[in-house]
Design a protein around this ligand. Structure first.
Ligand SMILES: Nc1ncnc2c1ncn2[C@@H]1O[C@H](COP(=O)(O)OP(=O)(O)OP(=O)(O)O)[C@@H](O)[C@H]1O
Ligand SMILES: [Mg+2]
Length: 375
C-alpha cells in the first residue's frame, strides 16, 4: 500500500532576497519606517538608506518595508539599479494597471502636457530629471485623491549611474519641497554612502536615515531557531540550538543556511527529532555553501598581492594594525598601504574606529585560514 504522509516544508530560506521565516534583530529599522509613514509629510524615516555587507538582509528589508507601505495603502515601486533605471521608473510611474488604480478609478496621468505615451525626447538623458519629476508628480496627484502616498525602493544602489541618482534625488527633493506623500529607500553595499554623500548635487540625502545592517545578536538567533524548528514540527535540545546559533555568528545568510541544512539532515532520516549529528552535518554543509556563495566570489577578482594582504590579516582573531600587517607581509608600510586602499575600495576590508583593518566580508577570515598554503 502506498503510504502518503503529509510532509512539512523546510521553513528556512537561504536564497538572495528570500524572506526568512523570522526576521531577526531588525525591529528598530522597520518601526522607524512605519512611524515615518504614520507621522506624515516630512517625517524622518521616509527617506532611508540601508547598507550592509553582502547577505546581511538589505533586499529582504526592502521587501518588508514595501509591505508596510502597502499596508498603509500606498503604491510601491521596487527597482534594482542597472542601466535604464530611470526609464523603468518613469514607465512604472505611468503604468495605469496597478491593481488599486483599476479598482478605484481610472487615472489620467499626464506627462509633459497631455500624452501618456512617452516619446524618445522625454526619455533622453538630458530630459530625464524633468520627465521623472513630472511622472512622479502625476502619480502623486492621482494617489492624493485617495489620501495615499508613493514609496520607491532602489536595491543595489552602489551600481546606479551618477546621472540616474541625480535624476531620482532631485525628483524626490522636489516632491518633498512640495510636501507630497512620498518615501524613498535606497539599499546597497556600504560604498554607496560615500558615492551619494560626496556628490554635491545630492546633498539632501545627507539628512536621510542611515541604517547599517550588521550581524544580529546570537541570543535572538537562538530564540528564532527554537521557534522555527518547533513551528515546523521538529524538536531539538537546547544545547543543540545553542551550537547551531553560535555557528552562524549572527550573519543573516548563514542563519538561513545552517537552519536549512540541519532541518534537511533530520528530514533525510525521516526523523522529527534533530540529533547532534544532524547539527554537525548541517553546519558543515552550510559552510561549504557559504564559501562558494560569498568567499570564493569575493576573492575571485583580487590579485595575488591583495590576497597576501588578506592572509596577513587573517592571522589575527580580530582587527589588525596596519603596520602589523605590513610586517607580517615582510613589506614596507608604503607598499602595504597600496593594497590596503585597494581592498578598502573593494569593500573586502573595512577600517575600524581605531584605525585598524578588519574583514568586511563575514567568514572570510575563517575561509582564508582554511585555504592558506593550499594554493
Ligand atoms: N533579519 C534577518 N533574519 C534572518 N534571516 C535574514 C534576515 N535578513 C536576511 N536574512 C536572510 O539572509 C539572506 C540574505 O538576505 P538578502 O538577500 O536580503 O541580503 P542582501 O543584503 O540583500 O545581500 P546582497 O548584498 O548579496 O544582495 C537570505 O537568505 C535571507 O532570508
Ligand atoms: Mg540584495
Amino acid at each position: 500500500m502506498l503510504h502518503i504522509t503529509q510532509r512539512k516544508m523546510n521553513p528556512f530560506k537561504p536564497t538572495a532576497g528570500g524572506e526568512p521565516p523570522l526576521l531577526i534583530g531588525r525591529e528598530r529599522v522597520v518601526r522607524d519606517f512605519d512611524k515615518g509613514l504614520d507621522n506624515g509629510v516630512g517625517a524622518p524615516g521616509r527617506i532611508m538608506l540601508i547598507t550592509g555587507a553582502r547577505g546581511t538582509g538589505k533586499t529582504v528589508m526592502l521587501t518588508v518595508l514595501g509591505d508596510k507601505a502597502r499596508a498603509h495603502k500606498w503604491d510601491v515601486i521596487e527597482e534594482t539599479a542597472s542601466d535604464g533605471l530611470c526609464e523603468r521608473l518613469v514607465s512604472e510611474l505611468c503604468s495605469k494597471d496597478s491593481l488599486i488604480d483599476k479598482l478605484t478609478f481610472a487615472p489620467s496621468i499626464t506627462i509633459a502636457g497631455a500624452s501618456v505615451s512617452l516619446g524618445e525626447a522625454e526619455l533622453s538623458p538630458k530630459r530625464m530629471p524633468e520627465t521623472l519629476r513630472k511622472a512622479m508628480s502625476a502619480r502623486l496627484d492621482a494617489l492624493e485623491k485617495r489620501d495615499a502616498g508613493l514609496m520607491i525602493s532602489i536595491d543595489e544602489t552602489q551600481a546606479a549611474s551618477r546621472a540616474d541618482l541625480i535624476a531620482i534625488a532631485t525628483a524626490i527633493q522636489h516632491q518633498i519641497r512640495e510636501k507630497r506623500n512620498v518615501s524613498i529607500v535606497f539599499a546597497g553595499l556600504p560604498q554607496m554612502i560615500s558615492d551619494l554623500f560626496d556628490d554635491e548635487v545630492i546633498t539632501f540625502l545627507r539628512r536621510a536615515r542611515t541604517n547599517v545592517l550588521a550581524n544580529v545578536p546570537i541570543d535572538e538567533v537562538k530564540e528564532s531557531f527554537a521557534q522555527t524548528f518547533e513551528d515546523s514540527g521538529m524538536s531539538l535540545d537546547t544545547s543543540l540550538v545553542e551550537k547551531a546559533a553560535v555557528a552562524t555568528a549572527g550573519y543573516p545568510y548563514m542563519i538561513q543556511l545552517v537552519g536549512y541544512y540541519i532541518w534537511d539532515a533530520a528530514d533525510a532520516r525521516e526523523s522529527t527529532v534533530i540529533s547532534k549529528e544532524d547539527v554537525n552535518e548541517g553546519i558543515r554543509e552550510a559552510r561549504v555553501d557559504l564559501d562558494n556563495a560569498v568567499c570564493v566570489p569575493e576573492l575571485h577578482g583580487l590579485s595575488k598581492n591583495d590576497k597576501a594582504y588578506l592572509e596577513a590579516m587573517a592571522v589575527s582573531d580580530g582587527p589588525s594594525g596596519t603596520s602589523e600587517v605590513a610586517k607580517r607581509m615582510g613589506r614596507s608600510a608604503k607598499y602595504a598601504a597600496t593594497y590596503r586602499k585597494r581592498l578598502l575600495d573593494a569593500y573586502v576590508i573595512r577600517q575600524t574606529d581605531r584605525g585598524e583593518v578588519d574583514f568586511a566580508v563575514p567568514f572570510l577570515r575563517e575561509y582564508l585560514r582554511g585555504h592558506m598554503q593550499k594554493g
